[in-house]
Design a protein. Structure first.
Ligand SMILES: [Zn+2]
Length: 344
């Protein structure tokens, strides 16, 4: 059994001073790419599914793919995480299915679009924390709103996290991890130029980490949108507009200041699409889906995942610890020492 809570993986990441990539899964090839990269780099890994992924693949297909990953890669600690749960019901349905972690994004109302108020966010997040911790699973909350729209989720606006509110939020909800809004956004079109301190509020991360040294911070919308991946797509008939993502140095700076979970989706999408376009352009006679899905899977594994796993520092850490079963996490959570910021 290598399915573990987000809490354990991020606690271990804190001890080791590294970040852990959270990669999106919608289909078999993406999961295979992630797991092979994890094996090759000996990395613990967070596999996450959005509401859109659960709808696209169907819950049961998705969950059984993840069970296959657990069976085939017993040496890799794997967190199964619900990304951007829009309501307690969404999170609870994931946890009931066997996910080991859920994000309750109470920064938006249930429609996934309208910004909520602080009291609403505290209430729904606390509800999910109660449900999850009683089952040994973990919860990520969000404060402030991350820009952009992903899988129809997002207000389209960015509202930076307030450090004072962050302290109150963590105390009142007991979340294991907190997604902070620092000016990043979802999707490929994050910035129209290389982002600097005027658009990316890295000092906010430093400030929040200072106030909440024992809360794991999460960076969303953290694809680097590498130019070489954009170029491959455009070289083979794609029409991406020039765009910039979050430079890896900025993510690494965040990791030095308490960021433990780093969400990456766009980079994987770019790698896959580039590889498929290349086959279509160079071998127009091909019609076996394996002829383009295999290079797509390899591109995701090699160009994105391995690089990210090495860049974030999680490589080499899969064997550092024994997985704590969720049943044992239940009693850990019920001990006062494990409550939010008192957790050491
Ligand atoms: Zn996100």
């Amino acid at each position: 059994m290598a399915l573990v809570s987000l809490r354990q993986v991020l606690d271990e990441a804190t001890k080791g001073g590294y970040g852990v990539g959270a990669f999106h899964v919608n289909n078999m090839e993406q999961l295979q790419a992630i797991m092979e990269a994890a094996r090759k780099t000996k990395s613990p890994v967070i596999v996450q599914a959005s509401r859109g992924a659960r709808k696209y693949a169907n819950d049961r297909f998705l969950y059984h793919l993840m069970l296959a990953a657990e069976e085939l890669y017993p040496e890799i600690p794997i967190v199964l995480h619900q990304d951007h749960g829009n309501s307690p019901e969404t999170c609870i349905s994931a946890l009931d299915m066997g996910f080991t972690s859920a994000m309750m994004d109470g920064s938006l109302l249930e429609d996934g679009k309208t910004p909520s108020d602080f009291e609403y966010n505290v209430r729904v997040t606390k509800e999910v924390v109660g449900y999850a911790h009683a089952r040994g699973a973990s919860v990520e909350g969000e404060l402030g709103t991350i820009g952009g729209i992903e899988d129809e989720h997002g207000s389209g606006k960015s509202r930076l996290t307030d450090p004072d509110q962050a302290v109150e939020f963590v105390e009142r909800t007991g979340v294991d991890a907190l997604a902070v809004a620092i000016g990043t956004s979802h999707g490929a079109y994050k910035f129209t130029r290389k982002p600097d301190a005027t658009v990316l509020a890295m000092d906010l991360i430093v400030e929040i980490h200072k106030r909440l040294p024992n809360t794991h911070l999460v960076m969303h919308g953290s694809s680097s949108v590498p130019k070489e991946l954009q170029d491959i797509i455009n070289a083979y008939g794609g029409k991406l507009q020039p765009t910039w993502g979050v430079p890896i140095e900025e993510i690494q700076l965040g990791i030095q200041h308490g960021v433990r979970k780093v969400n990456v989706d766009t980079d994987s999408r770019l790698a896959i699409t580039g590889a498929i376009r290349k086959v279509f352009a160079e071998q127009p006679e091909e019609f076996d889906p394996r002829s383009y899905l295999k290079p797509a899977r390899e591109a995701m594994q090699e160009l994105v995942i391995e690089k990210r796993m090495v860049d974030f520092g999680q490589a080499g850490h899969a064997g550092d610890y024994d997985p704590i079963p969720l049943s044992e996490m239940v009693s850990n959570y019920s001990k006062k020492t494990m409550e939010n910021d008192k957790f050491k």
